[in-house]
Design a protein around this ligand. Structure first.
Ligand code: BTN
Length: 249
């Protein structure tokens, strides 16, 4: 894929900026990166906090053809690519907490947000994959302090956004090519190897807590409640022990 990277000093959200460009016809591979977001978005309606110049804040426009609704798979793919790229380029042992948190030593280093848009006909128009990575923070707001980390805290040195963007885009491109050719099945093993195991319990939509035992070729998490049968889960929340309920990062 050819990437066309547009760098902004600040924006409301790189997701919103790229949605505007996508609606105006921007091609797959258009990338928006910003030093600061005034209204960064996390998953499930959470705010994504940043300190200007301290984070990688980037969104990538994808226009996959073929079967509908690949957004959950693309967000798993994004998490895998970011974790692999950070380990390869910086040497941090990055793991994935389902669905797509990037953790090192049980602290959140980054997150992925996939937002899909479909036409009235149901045809998928685009998926915007947002990636946030904490680079140079040495302090976090109170509610994140015990749960977040940054590359600087992990390595003791500063990291420029461009130094991590190139490996992330390269790795993403390779994994996206494999996904287009073979679906999530082509990534399943690599994803599962990198996932936190045992991960935290997963809260099902009906409120019960389940334990992840595998991921399938469609990218669904296979979980079990007690000794019960396997249940396929496409979205949900890991339970963070002792974590305050909001805001999340
Ligand atoms: C999460 O909740 O873990 C996902 C966070 C995703 C944050 C990134 S930062 C770049 C892009 N723009 C946004 O507004 N959000 C995503």
């Amino acid at each position: 894929m050819k990437f066309d990277v547009r760098a902004l000093p600040e924006t409301d959200s790189t997701q919103s900026e790229l949605i505007r460009l996508a609606k105006a016809g921007a091609p797959e591979g258009t990338v928006v990166i910003a030093r600061h977001q005034r209204a960064g978005r996390g998953r499930r309606g959470h705010v994504w906090w940043d300190e200007p110049g301290s984070s990688l804040l980037v969104s990538v426009l994808l226009r996959p053809s073929g079967p509908p609704a690949p957004a959950p798979q693309l967000s798993l793919l994004g998490g895998l690519a970011v974790a692999e790229a950070l380990e390869g380029a910086v040497g941090v042992p990055a793991r994935i907490r389902w669905p797509n948190d990037i953790l090192v030593d049980d602290r959140k280093l980054g997150g992925i947000l996939a937002e899909a848009s479909s036409a009235a006909s149901g045809r998928l128009e685009h998926v915007i994959l947002g990636i946030g990575v904490n680079l140079n923070q040495t302090e976090f707001p109170d509610e994140l302090r015990d749960r977040a980390t940054s590359l600087r805290l992990l390595t003791g040195r500063r990291h420029a956004p461009d130094d991590v963007l190139a490996p992330i885009l390269d790795t993403f491109d390779r994994r996206y090519g494999a996904w287009r050719a073979g679906g999530f099945g082509a990534l399943r093993e690599a994803w599962w190897r990198r996932a936190m195991r045992p991960g935290p319990p997963v809260r099902l939509p009906d409120g019960r807590l389940a334990v992840a035992v595998d991921v399938d070729d469609d990218g669904a998490l296979l979980v079990r409640v007690g000794e019960g049968p396997l249940v396929r889960v496409l979205s949900g929340e890991p339970v963070e022990e002792g974590a305050p309920r909001a805001p999340r990062h």
